[in-house]
Design a protein around this ligand. Sequence first.
Ligand code: GLY
Length: 310
Amino acid sequence: MVSTWSFGLRGHAVAWPGLAAGGSSLDAIVESCCAIELDEEIDSVGYGGLPDADGHMTLDGCVMTSPSSCGSVCCLRRHLHPVRIARMVMERTEHVMLAGEAADDYATRQGEPEAELLAPAARAAWEQWKIDGTIPDQIGDDPRPVDQEGSGRLFSSARESDWKHHDTIGTLALDASGRLAGGCTTSGAPFKLPGRIGDSPIIGHGLYVDPSVAAVTATGSGELVMGCCGAFLAVEAMRRGAKPVEAMLEVLARIEADHTLAPSHQVCLVALTASGQYASVALRPGFRTSVSRAGGHEAIDPDAILLPGS
Ligand code: GLY
């Protein structure tokens, strides 16, 4: 099981025992993502995430096991677990994606409990941002999401201009029966323009799974990933024979070539192949990958960084 960011291990701790005991990769993905969505310390996903510019929390997520088996929801305002609801869309409807109030209504009809999505600390951060454009209690002064290992925090800068593009958890798993699954869940960019949706809930952008090749998920500046269908592009490169690191570096190189990058931009990709190989890459330093396997659980550095000096 592999996830973006070191706080992925918090979800793995909940889901790994079932996966290790022979449970399904899809169950493990949903369990892991739900645990992270509930974790108030994680400031980029679920209950701990930061709201949009109007102070409304909106959540996006998707799940996928194959091109014919995927589900997605975006802009939820009343339900805390987009990945669980995305699975309902995948398994109980003939559709792939539901959006906004209708997606919330669908979840309620399916028995999913409604919840308050905005944590007190996130509300306080938004109130301060409205007053003076700063976020209280930031840890450092880095212009992009940086893994503050162990804390669940990514947003370390107090500068408003640095928060525009981030961020997500993507989780991939391979079970004992050889089934790949992936999930991706986010509160989106902090203080985003209301209605903005990033890459995370879009199949092929924040997540793509081809059971015969690999699963790939992305985190970081969603708009950059969306410009090149990042997760799909990486899986397709592997289908043509590229190794996982090469395939994901191809995505980052495409992003670098196509955009004028700001210091706040970050994109990171994680892959898990059908044969159980895993790898991760990042555009810039500051990213960690969570890995759980029979030998244990750890957060590791990416295999390659496209712009290591940045
Ligand atoms: N990568 C998450 C987002 O841009 O919303």
